[in-house]
Design a protein around this ligand. Structure first.
Ligand SMILES: [Ca+2]
Ligand SMILES: [Ca+2]
Length: 293
């Protein structure tokens, strides 16, 4: 009798509390950052972005077939490059030598540029093992890693040669490196985010229904190891603690424009207390600032 009652109470409590964390709407999780500023709509479906060694924002400006360069403070477009070399670029990063690493999706390659005297020169292409790469990152170990969204894999290049790969990633997008040197990949159509070792052994998979993934695309990792992930199809951006706990969400699940609204958010870059996001279908970059209590 008591057992039945306990079970009933448990069910009532579970019914009241259980779905809170499992909901795909963000109603029960507070935004982790507040809207600060938006650029003009001067981009054309911007994807991932990175702040370069010169403190400017580099954006893979997909339909403009270029890397757009924006002022980090004013979010004004100040320069661009790659228009004659790139086709539908999705991701951009810098290596330790200051070279620009671009997922040049439409050309099925990773394109590497040197920036000299205000000009960008294409100096290397990597294309072994990948079709439609949508993510690329330079690792402190000297390797370049890229995801093939068409091949459903992640590959590692060392000195220009393909040396390792992991498969089974459906429509993979971003790949970024955390402070421990591991790689985080947005495994988009498998609706999960996955951590790999530098040798591409799978270490962790964030696939719990709590995240409400519809199609995670791009991400970044802060100094404390927390993940910030843009779930494009859900029009939401999630903050996830290192242990996998979902702690905050920006976006209410519906496309829109304005504070706490995105239309197909894609790119994510963290800079101290600032979060830069590509609000892709609004053709702009937005900046949010960490909420501090
Ligand atoms: Ca990236
Ligand atoms: Ca990113």
């Amino acid at each position: 009798m008591f057992g039945k009652l306990s079970a009933s109470i448990f069910l009532i409590v579970f019914a009241a509390v259980g779905p809170v964390v499992g909901q795909t709407s963000s109603g029960d999780l507070l935004p982790f950052a507040t809207f600060d500023q938006a650029s003009e709509a001067v981009l054309n479906d911007p994807h991932d972005l990175v702040i370069g060694p010169d403190n400017r924002i580099y954006v893979a400006d997909k339909f403009a077939n270029r890397i757009a360069i924006m002022d980090k403070e004013t979010l004004k477009l100040v320069d661009s490059f790659g228009e004659s070399d790139l086709a539908s670029p999705h991701d951009v990063d810098f290596d330790a030598r200051g070279r620009v690493i671009v997922a040049d999706t439409g050309n099925d390659r990773v394109a590497i540029f040197e920036l000299r005297g205000g000009k960008a020169q294409l100096v290397e292409s990597l294309s072994d093992g990948i079709f439609r790469p949508e993510g690329a990152v330079a690792h402190p170990n000297g390797r370049i890693y890229a995801t093939g969204s068409g091949t459903g894999n992640i590959v590692a290049y060392e000195n220009g040669k393909l040396i390792a790969q992991a498969t089974g990633l459906s429509g993979a997008h971003d790949v970024e490196v955390d402070r421990e040197g591991n790689l985080w990949v947005a495994d988009t159509f498998n609706q999960r985010v996955v951590k790999f070792s530098p040798d591409l052994q799978e270490l962790q998979s964030l696939n719990d229904p709590v995240y409400g993934w519809l199609g995670p695309r791009y991400l970044d990792i802060d100094k404390a190891g927390r993940l910030v992930v843009a779930d494009q199809d859900a029009h939401r951006i999630l903050l996830i603690e290192k242990d996998g706990t979902l702690v905050g969400v920006i976006g209410d699940g519906l496309p829109g424009v304005g504070p706490n609204k995105f239309d197909d958010p894609e790119g994510v870059d963290i800079w101290g207390p600032a979060y830069y996001f590509a609000d892709s279908d609004n053709n702009r970059i937005v900046r949010y600032l960490l909420v501090t209590n």
